[in-house]
Design a protein around this ligand. Structure first.
Ligand code: 7PJ
Length: 266
């Protein structure tokens, strides 16, 4: 994966219940059309997810998740030249997705399931390890930290150690502080302000804030009206060292990245 230039990871939720695009791309045809649009707009990676991780979301079975994502990944890989990331915590889904052509694993549980860790190592693809306090069903009930920066950093460094031990080399590890995953607004803002410290840990940094509730809380706007806030944070994330921005709105996000990179290169 070439991260010498920052890139956009376009979000493709093949779920009925995701908070922004849930239900929009549940057939392979609709998903393929959306993926084509995101590629035309310059996405470097497409993140395919079959299970919503929004706060309070219900879990689904392995078979349900396979049925949602595998036909879509097969269709995307047969037609498009792009890196597909599989957004899953389940080792069975990781394996089938990579067999179908996915080239990256995005696990919001950071491979804490031993089978997921072993599977990801065997599949030899890059992995994104993300911090989350608690689990989606309950993570926004009273998230609490003594020192949010220290705790999230320590978690990521410990996950890197676990990855190394399992045989995943550093070149294949991407870090993500996990905005909105078991965090109150103040936690999210403090993590964002200090993103540079995460970049300094040595792994490429992925940031996902697109249309999230932290923007709603700051701006008092519904999810449909959070694009400008999302691109502002994308720009700031790049300035602070992020390499991958996970976003619903690829064209706008890429413009923000390009202008910030121009300033960085001055
Ligand atoms: C993230 C994610 C994120 C990574 C979601 C949403 C919620 N994966 N999956 N990072 N968020 N790596 O899109 O708002 O921030 S689902």
């Amino acid at each position: 994966m070439d991260l010498s230039r920052a890139c956009v990871m376009g979000i493709l939720n093949v779920t009925p219940d995701s908070f922004f695009d849930g239900g929009s791309f549940t057939t392979p045809d609709a998903a393929l059309a959306q993926a084509r649009r995101m590629l035309e707009q310059g996405a470097g990676i497409i993140d395919v997810g079959g299970e919503s991780t929004r706060p309070g979301a219900q879990t689904i079975s392995v078979q349900q998740e396979l049925d949602r994502v595998i036909p879509v990944i097969e269709a995307l890989c047969s037609e498009l030249d792009v890196i597909i990331s599989i957004d899953t915590q389940k080792p069975e889904v990781m394996r089938a997705a990579v067999q179908a052509g996915a080239g990256m694993i995005n696990d919001v549980y950071a491979l804490r399931n031993t089978q997921a860790l072993v599977t990801a190592a065997a599949l030899e693809v890059p992995v994104c390890v993300m911090h989350m306090q608690g689990e989606p069903r309950s993570m926004q009930h009273q998230p609490h930290y003594g020192d949010v920066l220290g705790e999230v950093k320590t978690f990521l460094v410990q996950r890197r150690e676990a990855c190394r031990t399992a045989g995943i080399p550093d070149e294949r590890i991407i870090f993500d502080p996990g905005f909105g995953f078991g965090k109150q607004l103040a936690h999210n803002l403090r993590l964002f302000k200090h993103l540079g410290e995460f970049a300094a840990l040595g792994q490429p940094l992925l940031v996902g804030v697109s249309r999230k509730s932290m923007l709603g809380a700051i701006l008092d706007l519904p999810v449909q009206q959070r694009l400008q806030g999302s691109t502002a944070l994308a720009a700031l994330a790049i300035w602070l060292g992020a390499r991958i921005i996970r976003a619903h709105d690829v064209a706008a996000t890429l413009q923000a990245i390009r202008v910030i990179e121009a300033v960085q290169q001055a």
